[in-house]
Write a protein that binds this ligand. Structure first.
Ligand code: APR
Length: 253
């Protein structure tokens, strides 16, 4: 085992007995080996093929609700067909063996951590498998956004009373993160003994700031990524490898 990996294994095992424990921040690379496309990988990333402002912004949705809704329906089908990988399972099994030690924060909107058994995952960018109203719908009190009857195929369902459309329950560009989620993530970064960042380019804030927050308070910070990321400078160790290739060994204790 390479020395840097052995050091990380030791640090993670030790964090299980230290106040603050372990925080793991995951990005799209965590689900790449489950067949879910990342956003910025050259050639294969979603943003190398689609314009995020047209498909992942409120303005883009208002300009062409059917196109955006259809694109998310395709992505949801991909998520439902995907399976959690060995990296997801390694994190969930470690958390079961060491209750209360690991805080899992994800930027991912898929449900693979949850299907692998991770509980209380902090979801910074929402849930692609759920919807919410585009406008605060005064008629919505009688039903939840995920229960409304589906509308015309390929088009977003609309409230029968005020024609308000549903939109995917994810955080789009230019939108605020759920306040409770980012507050919980920052608390975890401020208090942990070890922060492990898995599969993120570090291109999107405020998630990208968590590594510097952890480093500043004295946490040992490591990154799992086959390629350099924008936050490598915040890490004590950059583990060049994939989630499936490295997490089972890192979380075997
Ligand atoms: N294992 C680990 N890391 C991987 C793997 C893998 N198998 N495959 C790719 N990666 C790395 C890439 O090298 C890249 O650094 O995962 C990272 C994915 O980066 P992005 O595609 O930018 O995804 P992410 O960092 O999660 O994006 C953050 O941007 O568009 C928004 O809301 C979206 O949550 C997303 C946010």
């Amino acid at each position: 085992m390479p020395k840097v990996l052995a050091q990380a294994v030791e640090r993670i095992a030790a964090a299980a007995c230290e106040p603050g424990g372990l925080c793991v921040l995951t990005g799209a690379g965590m689900s790449a080996e489950s067949g879910i496309a990342t956003f910025r990988d050259a050639m294969t990333g979603l943003w190398s093929r689609f314009d995020p402002m047209e498909l992942a912004s409120e303005d883009g949705f208002r300009a062409d609700p059917a196109r955006v809704w259809g694109w998310y329906e395709e992505r949801r089908a991909g998520v439902r067909a995907a399976q959690p990988n060995a990296g997801h399972h390694a994190l969930a099994a470690f958390a079961r063996r060491h209750p209360g030690v690991l805080t899992l924060v994800t930027q991912n909107v898929d449900d693979l951590h949850q299907r692998a058994g991770s509980v209380d995952t902090i979801r910074l960018h929402g849930d692609i498998l759920c919807d919410r109203w585009l406008e605060p719908c005064q008629h919505a009190t009688q039903r939840s956004a995920c229960d409304v009857a589906r509308a015309l195929p390929g088009r977003p369902p609309r409230c029968a009373d005020c024609d308000n459309p549903l939109r995917p329950g994810v955080v789009w560009f230019g939108e605020m993160l759920p306040p409770d989620a980012i507050a919980a993530a920052e608390r975890a970064a401020e208090g942990c003994a070890v922060l492990l960042v898995v599969g993120t380019s570090g291109a999107v804030w405020p998630a990208a700031g968590l590594a510097a927050q952890a480093r500043r308070q004295g946490a040992w910070v490591a990154i799992v990524n086959p390629h350099p990321s924008d936050i490598d400078g915040q890490a004590h160790a950059a583990l060049r490898g994939t989630a499936v290739g490295l997490l089972p060994a890192l979380f075997a204790s």
